[in-house]
Design a binder for this molecule. Structure first.
Ligand SMILES: *[C@@H]1O[C@H](CO)[C@@H](O)[C@H](O)[C@H]1NC(C)=O
Ligand SMILES: *[C@@H]1O[C@H](CO)[C@@H](O)[C@H](O)[C@H]1NC(C)=O
Ligand SMILES: *[C@@H]1O[C@H](CO)[C@@H](O)[C@H](O)[C@H]1NC(C)=O
Ligand SMILES: *[C@@H]1O[C@H](CO)[C@@H](O)[C@H](O)[C@H]1NC(C)=O
Ligand SMILES: *[C@@H]1O[C@H](CO)[C@@H](O)[C@H](O)[C@H]1NC(C)=O
Ligand SMILES: *[C@@H]1O[C@H](CO)[C@@H](O)[C@H](O)[C@H]1NC(C)=O
Length: 539
């Protein structure tokens, strides 16, 4: 296990050459903050949460295509470009001192003599000598410094630097390099320092790094990161806040400096001032002595450490995030949608851990009635899911239908919601209001709708009274039963025993009902009935 970092942003500032600023002395480092000795004594410095800048070549895997592109499988003598008579460079893969494997691009520079990877020579001329060199980290990284490739012999006359953001599934060009851009790639030649903030994401072809043979000391090919940063941070990167706010707000810009893999497509080796000499092809080949690629593990500003375990790089995520790049929220922390952290301190940004507001995850308040919450984009809010104890609502703070708030229980209490207990016969539905009152049907009353209003009697709900014995509504000796009907003495019948029962076959059936046509006749002979009939009608 290798610890990539403990320090954070000041490492970047230092490496960007901002040595004039006050930097914390070595001290106790905590998550995204560091204790510093200042004028006012000991205090905390807060900073963006990111691993320190490091030499990334320590963590990469190199592969070659074609795989047999390294020299020496069969021993060979190589000549120099400048002097075709100097042919003392022997390559032999079976002899340690004479072999030039790819690992020699990654060892320490400064050894004498230089160690380098060397390709086979251009034996197949005029077939192009093409080698793809793929550099893989197995993890997204952010470049913070120029990529510098040092060629031991002449620099290639044609080359493309490509990048992948998805572990080599798809590739896109990063920069083209040629002695003649128009001729080789059909592109105008441009320089990185001529880019503007508006054209910073342009993919350019440059002729700056391909003049080969005469410039013996010019061995490097660069991909310029610093010149691009300077478009926002000023010429000496004195305005880091401006650069950081650009990075914070522009995903395309962040992505531009992010890679999981790089690929060097070496398309044509240095050939010197004259045209290719087909009789002596041993002086045409590629040789790289060093790769310098600096940057940091990409953790979306949610970690300041990156570790390598079992050959795999991984961020040590904070802020309740998880994943190799801290690219998602931990289980149970979906209170807010995942977002990247920020470079800037509050109030502009949110690098301050104690008050961080872009943190992707906060458990939502459910008063103990739910263990889960989820973020609903529609409402732009976190809501509790599956509220228990008969609760509902964003925070499980309301009672479900058919239940009402228990006035004597706190919100987190299991008994916070009480059953409405609405009488099913007396109420319109099972819901009640906050104080437990149900909605009653006509004639029904009481908080639970289980009582009748005056003039009504209970029978599967409340019914209007037909009769009662006090008022003796029932006629002709009838008796009122349960306020609902008159029990009549023979031969009377009808609601109030006001009718004579009909005798079958005689036709002698007399009704006292006002609706009956024979009513007028009865009216004359039985005046007493008139009064009761009117009473009936008024019921
Ligand atoms: C590499 O291997 C391929 C296939 O085996 C062969 O055609 C090619 O000539 C080899 N190249 C060199 C430079 O040895
Ligand atoms: C390349 O040219 C030099 C000088 O003419 C000669 O010494 C050397 O043997 C040649 N190499 C090959 C492979 O022909
Ligand atoms: C190198 O990469 C290019 C671009 O993806 C691909 O077309 C080519 O086949 C690869 N291999 C070689 C030997 O060029
Ligand atoms: C992570 O979740 C814990 C538990 O809810 C919470 O206390 C803490 O504040 C969260 N951390 C951040 C940085 O939001
Ligand atoms: C970070 O938050 C703490 C506590 O809220 C506050 O005292 C401190 O001033 C903040 N630091 C910055 C850089 O905003
Ligand atoms: C519930 O209804 C009753 C009866 O209509 C009323 O007195 C009470 O104020 C209502 N309570 C609430 C909280 O609305």
């Amino acid at each position: 296990m290798s610890l990539l970092s403990l320090l954070t942003v000041q490492t970047l500032w230092l490496s960007l050459g901002l040595s004039g600023q006050r930097f914390p002395s070595w001290g106790h480092y905590d998550l995204c903050k560091t204790q510093v000795h200042g004028d006012q004594g000991l205090s905390w410095d807060y900073m963006a949460c990111q691993p320190e800048v490091t030499q990334l070549t320590k963590f990469l895997k190199i592969s070659l295509d074609p795989p047999n592109s390294t020299c020496g499988e069969s021993p060979e003598m190589y000549c120099t470009l400048e002097n075709p008579y100097m042919c003392n460079n022997e390559c032999d893969a079976r002899t340690l001192e004479l072999s030039h494997p790819p690992e020699l691009m990654l060892d320490d520079e400064g050894r004498v003599p230089n160690t380098f990877w060397q390709s086979v020579s251009w034996r197949q001329f005029p077939e192009p000598l093409v080698v793809n060199l793929t550099l893989s980290w197995g993890k997204s990284i952010e470049l913070t410094e120029d990529i510098v490739i040092t060629f031991e012999s002449g620099r290639p006359e044609q080359m493309v630097l490509e990048k992948s953001l998805d572990h080599g599934h798809t590739w896109q060009p990063y920069q083209f390099y040629a002695v003649d851009c128009l001729n080789s790639f059909g592109m105008e030649s441009r320089k990185a320092r001529d880019l503007t903030p508006a054209s910073v994401l342009d993919i350019i072809c440059t002729e700056e790094y391909s003049r080969g043979y005469v410039w013996k000391l010019e061995k490097t090919v660069r991909f310029e990161i610093q010149a691009r940063f300077a478009l926002f941070g000023g010429p000496r990167l004195s305005d880091m806040a401006s650069l950081y706010s650009r990075l914070d707000t522009t995903k395309e810009l962040r992505d531009f400096f992010t890679v999981t893999d790089l690929r060097l497509r070496l398309l044509r080796p240095a050939t010197g001032p004259t045209s290719v000499d087909p009789l002596n092809l041993s002086k045409y080949f590629y040789a790289i002595s060093n790769l310098d690629i600096r940057g940091r593990c990409k953790c979306h500003l949610h970690a300041n450490n990156c570790i390598q375990e079992n050959g795999r790089l991984s961020c040590q995520c904070e802020h309740n995030t998880t994943g190799q790049d801290c690219g998602s929220c931990k289980n149970g922390f979906h209170g807010r949608p995942w977002t990247a952290g920020s470079y800037l301190p509050i109030p502009k940004g949110t690098a301050n851990v104690s008050t961080l507001s872009v943190f992707s995850s906060q458990v939502c308040q459910c008063f103990g009635h739910s263990m889960r919450c989820s973020y609903l984009l529609l409402f732009r809010a976190a809501v509790c899911v599956s509220c228990r104890h008969r609760t509902r609502g964003r925070h499980c703070h309301l009672c479900r239908g058919g239940y009402h708030r228990n006035p004597s229980a706190q919100l987190h209490h299991h008994n916070v919601c009480l059953d409405c207990q609405c009488n099913p016969d007396g109420s319109l539905h099972r819901r009640c209001n906050d104080t437990g009152y149900c909605d009653c049907k006509a004639g029904v009353t009481g908080p639970k709708c289980d009582k009748c209003l005056p003039g009504y009697y209970w029978h599967r709900g409340c019914r209007a009274r037909v009769c009662d014995n006090v008022l003796t509504r029932c006629e002709n000796g009838g008796v009122c039963e349960d306020n609902g009907r008159c029990l009549c003495l023979p031969p009377y019948t009808g609601l109030l025993c006001e009718k004579h029962q009909c005798k079958k076959g005689t036709g002698a059936c007399v009704s006292q009902s006002p609706q009956d046509p024979s009513f007028t006749h009865l009216l004359l002979s039985l005046p007493a009935l008139l009064i009761t009939a009117n009473d009936h009608g008024a019921l």
